[in-house]
Design a protein around this ligand. Structure first.
Ligand code: T3D
Length: 273
């Protein structure tokens, strides 16, 4: 199934985000290649709608986030930002109301999210990739923490996610210096899961997403919640939360099927319930 998102009825404008579902994988594609998929108000709105749709659709069991053209996403559209700032718009509210919900919808997605990083990911664009569970990168991809380059500090969760991915020293270096990190270096420092030739990226990201879409979706959702909780909790609190979520999972059809399959020496078949 293919569908566009975020269009107002009767508006003849082209959608800036494509939403496609096949074999339980939703693919969300930023489609504004003429501006390196930079985030305008409209694109952010369409992206948020697509992410919510994927989160709410129980038939979707994994999500791929990618871009068209030579960029994954160049972050905030600086032309639109200039206009907004000149009109006196507060940036704090823009970040709170338009960026933070995007990040929280990705991290709170009750199914795995794979970023297929097809090219440059800058500023908030890189932060969106960092919020995903996996990053599969084209060999042409690069990450640019562009915030300080325009006199801003990190937002969209980059101060939280990046140091958890690559460690505090490397995160500090990337965020303060803003030097591009190419795909090979990103793999070396653990920022991406895998690097593939650019023309193989869609297939590689899809292969990973399909594997995840055939997995125990509820267990994945609980694993994501536990990792996020544990990142800011004591060991005692983490142990407690693990026990709590395990209690729910032990009653799922997937766990019952997997238990039975193990005893019968068969491969489990997960249905995501
Ligand atoms: O304040 C708030 O709103 C809060 C939110 C902030 C979140 C943020 O994301 S802050 C960071 C914003 N992003 C940037 O500062 C990145 C700016 N862009 C770049 O540094 C470079 O363009 C790239 C590293 C992304 C790519 O470099 P390169 O050499 O491959 O391409 P280019 O020639 O610089 O750009 C190609 C075109 O894309 C060019 O347009 P043109 O001249 O061909 O018509 C360029 O203007 C456009 N473009 C790239 N990035 C943006 C953009 N247009 C608007 N906004 C962009 N962010």
């Amino acid at each position: 199934m293919t569908a566009s998102t975020g269009q107002t009825a009767g508006t003849p404008t082209r959608p800036l985000v494509r939403y496609e579902v096949g074999e339980a994988v939703a693919t969300i594609t930023l489609d504004r290649p003429e501006a390196m998929n930079a985030l305008t108000d409209r694109l952010r709105g369409e992206l948020h709608a697509a992410l919510r749709r994927a989160a709410e659709d129980r038939s979707v069991r994994a999500v791929v986030l990618t871009g068209t053209g030579r960029a994954f996403c160049a972050g905030q559209d600086l032309r639109e930002l200039s206009g907004a700032v000149e009109q006196g718009q507060g940036i704090g509210d823009l970040v709170r109301e338009h960026y933070n919900p995007l990040v929280l919808t990705i991290t709170g997605m009750p199914k795995p999210v794979v970023a297929a990083v097809n090219g440059v990911a800058a500023g908030a664009g890189a932060a969106l990739a960092f919020a995903c569970d996996f990053r599969v990168a084209a060999d042409t991809a690069r990450f640019v923490m562009a915030f300080t380059g325009i006199g801003l500090a990190p937002d969209s969760g980059a101060s939280w996610t990046l140091q958890r991915l690559v460690g505090p020293a490397r995160a500090r270096e990337m965020l303060l210096l803003g030097d591009p990190v190419d795909a090979a270096r990103a793999l070396e420092i653990g920022l991406v899961t895998r690097v593939v030739p650019a023309d193989e990226l869609p297939a590689a990201a899809r292969e990973l997403a399909l594997r995840l879409a055939q997995g125990p979706t509820l267990a994945y959702a609980a694993t994501k919640r536990l990792l996020d909780h544990a990142a800011a909790s004591t060991l005692e609190a983490a142990l407690d939360r693990e026990a709590e979520l395990q209690e729910g999972l032990v009653r799922t059809a997937d766990h019952a099927a997997a238990r039975k399959a193990f005893l019968n020496k068969e491969r489990p078949r997960f249905e995501g319930r």
